[in-house]
Design a protein around this ligand. Structure first.
Ligand code: CDP
Length: 227
């Protein structure tokens, strides 16, 4: 296994603002940001396009072999690409969100994504967000943050994001999707979503982004002494 020099693991529930925070920290402290959820979303889009998942979210066993030919990578701007295609916009759709958790619960899918994450995070300073980074992917991460927020706040944030991108979801549909994903993600057999014992918990329901950033910067400076 390849172990980066410094890794910060940011895990937590859906739409808690993990990626916004991780991107900001990456820019500020010169870390490479890796979005593990994007890879699960990419595999889901692939399974949908190849018709290897049905409406109920049942994944065909043929996906395992098909993954052998799947090329997912990030471009220099951090957008997910499938071969030559940038799929950043498609993977954020409700269609992908509605099926990503059953796909991410499949053990061989998790192995495939974990191998990619270790390959991308070969060396350097990495900040990675997801559900199992601090518990399964990089259990020795030097700093672990576990993010939560109230369901109401999370649903409104995700709804606003989708509307800003031109989608027209119903708020109720967004709430339902967050609930379903949190349930499946927390109850699956392989690497379920849970707070690592040594993770700092951040509930940002009533925090501004600036407050949240100051809190995390304090942790980073205390831990690594980097300014
Ligand atoms: O943006 P949001 O927090 O809603 O989700 P995401 O980070 O894009 O992740 C999408 C889905 O991928 C999650 O609901 C999980 O089912 C799965 N995932 C996972 O199982 N493990 C990870 N490390 C990251 C994501």
């Amino acid at each position: 296994m390849n172990v980066p020099d410094i890794i910060i693991a940011v895990d937590g529930y859906s739409s808690t603002g993990k990626s916004t925070l991780a991107k900001k920290i990456a820019r500020k402290f010169g870390f490479l940001y890796l979005d593990s959820g994007a890879l699960y979303r990419g595999v889901t889009l692939f399974a949908q396009e190849e018709r290897l998942i049905n409406k109920l979210g049942t994944v065909s066993p043929e996906l395992q072999e098909a993954l052998g030919s799947l090329d997912l990578h990030f471009d220099p701007e951090g957008r997910l690409c499938m071969g030559p295609r940038c799929i950043e916009q498609q993977i954020r759709s409700m269609e992908v969100s509605s099926q990503v958790s059953p796909v991410a619960a499949v053990p061989y899918v998790r192995e495939w994504v974990d191998a990619k994450l270790h390959e991308f995070g070969r060396r350097g300073r990495i900040i990675m967000d997801g559900r199992d980074i601090g518990t399964a992917v990089f259990p020795d991460a030097q700093l672990k943050i576990f993010m939560t927020a109230s369901e109401e706040v999370r649903a409104q944030r995700r709804y606003d994001e989708l509307v800003a991108k031109g989608e027209t979801p119903l708020l109720e549909e967004v709430v339902q999707n967050l609930r379903e994903r949190d349930y499946i993600d927390s109850h699956r057999q392989t690497a379920p979503l849970r707070r690592a014992e040594d993770a700092f918990e951040l509930d940002n329901s009533d925090m501004s982004f600036e407050e949240e950033l100051a809190w995390v910067q304090g942790l980073i400076q205390g831990k690594f002494g980097i300014l």
